[in-house]
Design a binder for this molecule. Structure first.
Ligand SMILES: [Zn+2]
Length: 97
């Protein structure tokens, strides 16, 4: 079942159901990902994503201090543009791209 929610991602209106939340380290590496909607479980904000993936408030505060951020993007965008290239330029291993 669809959540029926629409969100704006990169200037486009898309169903939240087609999106996922991605956690980046300060450098740009993606370190965690969670799809926005699974059945009746809906994650509509970055804060909810953080709480879902990191139940410990202590750990969340540490990640915030370290500059980790959450962003919403469509799974199609992720598959087309990121996928296996989830590491930033700095941390990408030679030949992995
Ligand atoms: Zn990195």
């Amino acid at each position: 079942m669809s959540s029926g929610l629409m969100v704006t991602v990169a200037g486009e209106q898309v169903p939240l159901d087609e999106c996922g939340w991605f956690q980046r380290e300060k450098c740009g590496c993606i370190i965690a990902a969670v799809v926005a909607v699974v059945g009746s479980r809906v994650i509509a904000t970055a804060e909810q994503a953080h709480k879902h993936m990191t139940p410990s408030a202590h750990t969340r505060a540490k990640e915030d201090r370290e500059g980790c951020t959450w962003e919403l993007m469509t799974m199609a965008h992720y598959r087309q543009h990121i996928g296996r290239r989830w590491e930033c330029d700095q941390h990408r291993k030679d030949g992995a791209a």
